[in-house]
Each structure stands twice: as C-alpha cells, then as structure tokens.
Design a protein. Structure first.
Length: 80
C-alpha cells in the first residue's frame, strides 16, 4: 500500500512499481490518507476469508449461466 501525496510522483512511482514487480508483490496506490485507511480496513476485514467471500455468486440453473455468458459481451447488459 503506497500513499501518493506528491504531485511530481512519476519517477518515484516507476521505481516502486519495478520493485513490486521484481518482488512479485501487489502494489496498491492511495491518493489520500482516508483512502489508504479504507484499504487497510478492507484488508483486515477479509484477511482470513477465502476468495469465495468476495467472488460473484452465479446461480447453477441454465438461464442464469446463459445470462452471465451473454452479458459479458460489452454491447449487451442484463436488461436487454
């Protein structure tokens, strides 16, 4: 988690991004203290949960699967 609080951040962010990639880490940027605090809250809330807690739940029936597949096409949405 990186707090970006400087207007001239391009070179510093480039170096931090390269270090994160080389270390195989995820870099999350926050542009305010409030946003950084919210990220930390979410990390702590989901710290011991598996991916199923935040994964989209799709019904098992045929119509639900078909709707999900068709709505992944950009020009279509669920109301079509």
């Amino acid at each position: 988690l990186c707090l970006v609080d400087n207007d001239d951040h391009r070179e510093a962010m480039h170096a931090i991004n390269l270090a994160a990639i080389r270390s195989e880490c995820t870099l999350i940027l926050a542009h305010s203290s409030r946003e950084a605090a919210r990220f930390l809250e979410c990390f702590k809330a989901y710290e011991h949960n598996n991916g199923a807690a935040i994964k989209e739940k799709i019904d098992k029936d045929h119509i639900s699967k078909l709707t999900d597949i068709l709505t992944t096409i950009k020009p279509l949405n669920k109301t079509d």
